[in-house]
Ligand binder design. Structure first.
Ligand code: MEV
Length: 423
């Protein structure tokens, strides 16, 4: 029996669930109940969420945590983080406190240029195309004036339109490479609207437009964050050995792609969590960050470390196209609240904060990996989860935590010890 459906998007939410449960859950009422458990009782709030996307049937919660004690450019912050992975927020909080006692994080925006492209095919004479572009360039700007009016008032707009010959890579392929300043907005809609208007102004019988779209590769929308201190101030038993191993860990990620991907994944644990909490597009950030990590032709670490003349220096450079106005940032009550928590930053300030969150996360991971290993912390959490699942009392819990403090944690070992206890 076919399980396809027509007109699904027009069904009410209840009818969508009924159809789904009938066809894919053997009419199991518990599926219905779970979906409805996650509906918000506040009707208005639920409707707001329903309208973010299409075919909404429920909400999918992620934990919203906060990491206090961040000092960035001399200012104190509590950083909101939305993430499902345990230890990420704890690591950020620990590292924030550690560095706030050592001068805090320094961050600076290097550039804020965003990019969009009109991709087109042209089989004619290049000199003729160049002339057409030169003749029409002013009109390309003019055609977007109604779209760019407000942005220009805020100091943004189209920075440049360039004709690029890409025929050495693909036959007949050219592009208009357009650069933008979008101030406090991420600018995706603005950029795409400008590009589509430019494309329709630019095209003629010989120019076949293929597509017009922003690029999520933004190497000129770049931010740098840094920490540094005397090696002797690193707070380890043997700080010189710690600094050396830490630097080696970064160097390994710079020469070894398998390690670099995991190293950068750890950075993105911190970055994505704040990107999501502030209503920004984490897929765009992820795509852009990994492309930047490969800019030399080899996938490398997004962070760097230097230990020189008794000073430990650790920094990140990462492209982050973010917004603090428009899009979900103002629509989702929790994104709005996150931005308030961050003292209503400009997009530039948010770039600095989020780069810091990534650097902090990487510091925590490398510190753990090069000293105790990460399993110690993870296993503590694992043990705690198993104890919770077993329904242990407070006393049993205290006993089990103490018992496993010097033993290997595994699910079966905890269950065995618990069973002995309950006998
Ligand atoms: C786990 O989510 C992240 C780490 O693997 C990062 C790293 O290895 O650097 C701990």
């Amino acid at each position: 029996m076919s399980k396809t459906v027509t007109g699904f998007s027009k069904f009410s939410k209840e009818a969508k669930i009924d159809w789904l449960v009938e066809n894919f859950f053997d009419n199991n009422e518990s599926a219905k109940r779970i979906l409805k458990t996650y509906w918000n009782r506040d009707q208005e709030l639920q409707e707001l969420h329903d309208e973010f996307i299409e075919n909404t049937i429920s909400n999918y919660y992620l934990p919203y945590g906060v990491a206090p004690n961040f000092k960035i450019n001399g200012r104190d912050y509590v950083i909101p983080m939305v993430v499902e992975e345990s230890s990420v927020v704890a690591a950020a909080s620990l590292v924030a406190k550690f560095w706030s006692a050592r001068g805090g994080f320094k961050a600076e925006v290097i550039s804020t240029t965003k990019i969009g492209q009109v991709h087109f095919m042209y089989a004619g004479d290049f000199q003729k195309l160049k002339k057409h572009f030169k003749d029409i360039k002013i009109d390309l700007y003019k055609s977007t004036e109604t779209i760019t009016k407000n942005m220009r008032k805020r100091g943004g707009g189209i920075l440049d339109i360039e004709l690029r010959d890409k025929t050495s890579e693909l036959e007949n392929y050219y592009q208009l490479h357009v650069t933008f300043e979008t101030k406090d907005s991420m600018g995706a809609n603005f950029i795409n609207s400008c590009l589509e208007t430019i494309a329709s102004e630019f095209k003629n019988d010989e120019i076949q437009i293929v597509m017009s779209i922003l690029s999520n590769y933004v190497p000129e929308c770049l931010v740098r964050a840094e920490v540094s201190c005397d090696v002797s101030d690193l707070g380890e038993n043997d700080p010189q050995l710690f600094a050396t191993k830490f630097e080696q860990a970064v160097n390994i990620a710079n020469v070894e792609a398998h390690r670099a991907v995991t190293h950068n994944k750890g950075i993105m644990n911190g970055i994505d969590a704040v990107v999501i909490a502030t209503g920004n597009d984490f897929r765009a950030i992820e795509a852009g960050a990994h492309a930047y990590a490969s800019r030399s032709g080899k996938y490398k670490s997004l962070t760097n470390c230097e230990v020189k003349n008794g000073i430990f220096k650790f920094w990140i450079e990462i492209p982050l196209a973010l917004g603090t106005v428009g899009g979900l940032t103002s629509l989702h009550p929790l994104s709005k609240l996150s931005l308030q928590m961050l003292q209503n930053p400009s997009a530039r300030e948010l770039m600095e904060i989020i780069a810091v969150a990534g650097l902090a996360q990487n510091f925590a991971a490398l510190r753990a990996l090069t000293t105790t290993g990460i399993q110690q912390g993870h296993m503590k959490m694992h043990l705690s989860n198993i104890i919770k699942q077993l329904g242990a009392t407070e006393d049993e819990r205290a006993y089990l935590i103490n018992y496993f403090s010097d033993k290997q944690v595994s699910h079966s070992a905890v269950v065995d010890e618990y069973n002995k206890l309950s006998k």
